[in-house]
Design a protein around this ligand. Sequence first.
Ligand code: ADP
Ligand code: TZD
Length: 579
Amino acid sequence: MGTAEPHVATAAQSQVDGFHLVIDALKLNGIDTLFGLPGIPITDLARMAQAEGMRVISFRHEQSAGYAASIAGFMTQKPGICLTVSAPGFLNGLTALAHATTNCFPMILVSGSSEREVVDLQQGDYEEMDQLAIARPLAKAAFRVLHAEDIGVGIARAIRAAVSGRPGGVYLDMPGKLLAQTMDAHAGRGSLIKVVDPAPRQIPAPEAVQRALEVLKGAQKPLVILGKGAAYAQADAQIRSLIEKTGIPYLPMSMAKGLLPDTHAQSASAARSYVLPEADVVMLIGARLNWLLSHGKGKTWGGRGHKDWGGQKFIQIDISPQEADSNVRIDAPVVGDIGSCVSALLAGVGSSWPMPPADWLAAIAEHKGRNVARMAETLARNPAPMNFHSALNVVRDVVKANPEAILVNEGANALDFTRSIVDMYRPRKRLDVGTWGVMGIGMGYCVAAAVVSGQQVIAVEGDSAFGFSGMEVETICRYRLPVCVVVLNNNGVYRGTDVNPTGGPDAAPTVFVKGARYEKLMEAFGGVGVHATTPAELREAMEAAVRSRKPTLINAVIDESAGTESGRITSLNPAAKKK
Ligand code: ADP
Ligand code: TZD
């Protein structure tokens, strides 16, 4: 493969090629970073992008590059770009594209593709695949550009589709031939589009706001639920103001933790199982009533049977008009962007909004107090071997001392315990498995979080979860990123104690090599590896990592019998239900 030629070659002084039109179109729209993995036909695109001053982050697997792009989109409100080769590279990136769409993160998967004529006649081209057709159902939108003069429009459409309305994943197909096409440089420059107002504000209808305020006013036991849409919206001050002016207790969904500090007096997190069935009016802000909220019905919500409505009224603030009534009746949908909706509600709330009834707040405080005391007792124990609680007690302290640090989290028990034990203090600092509960986001998220923010990243990983993207520790070392990975190692998926019932030589399906030394993986690439078997060792290693900002992997060995099947969602397991 040829190396990147300087921007404009002599004979073609007045010509521009597809490569440069793509780069210039992205830069024109403030996109300065590409996450990807090179190969035919996009190697030179990556090289030229770097030569033109873009940050190009190369991964070891496209799935990690894709997850990086998706979370960069969540953090910045600009589409994260993932660049892949055709067919297999494209397919490797596709999981992340679907993940972005599912989680409402703006992302653009740009994949090189083979020659249209050959693909369409199925003549067996190198990495032949009808990528556009395959991407379409998994993306919010999918486009292909065939002519250099359309690159500007293609990228503009992709950006708008990714960030406007409900954000999502967009696929952009770039046949190899397109990148090498040339056109008149002046016309080329003129064909690029700087997208004006890519995510326009969507002002809610005044009557919808009024309706919501009336429902809220009638509440005896109001509750607000903040979802990751609220975190994405970057309307932090308005949201905090609405919560504090109304005095309504709130529950943050996982990635909305820290939107207000978890230590806030109005946080009802520690009384979650009390407030959900008890609340009479629930205002959802950027949160869907999907499985993570038990579909808004059933016993979690005080319903008698598992599909019964609990009797509460719902207000839902969401940018998607189709979201309301997806699971239960929404009495007051407020459709618009969260910043505009919350501002409109705030204006209606004014300065004399009555506080929620004192007995509701007192009952929540009592439940909280009891649960917090119980948790404190558990966290203070120091069992040998270490368990999830004694290890996470350390992480909790380190995050408290470093509130700007970004916490990446995946696993089953490793996820559930971290979510409930580790308090977050700032918005958008907790990045996790999201709507699907997908494993494999870990190292890709770490790379993107460090690249985008420059902040220290701390990843808390189940040992199984880590394995999905573990090779990216090389990427972390290569770019010298301030990432500290803590692998909570209990020798398997969920636990390491299963045995093969036949007595045969194969390990049980959930069990890994016992006593694996994950820290050596980091050492292999020049990072710091630590084997920690006590909370004191874990603490020392984490503090050193944060101090030095060196790539660090701490193999935190915990009790292999700690944890439950699937963590908190054992009940979704058909086999476990039968037991
Ligand atoms: P969680 O998993 O935290 O409960 P979800 O991903 O289920 O959150 O819900 C996020 C919701 O936020 C989606 O329904 C999405 O349409 C909505 N959303 C995303 N961005 C915005 C925004 N800027 N304004 C309004 N709603 C938004
Ligand atoms: N594959 C993918 C892509 N996503 C998944 N969620 C799973 C498989 C199934 N799965 C979970 O839901 S959690 C998990 C798997 C394999 C790993 C749990 O083990 P762990 O964490 O070691 O990461 P704990 O702390 O030991 O439970």
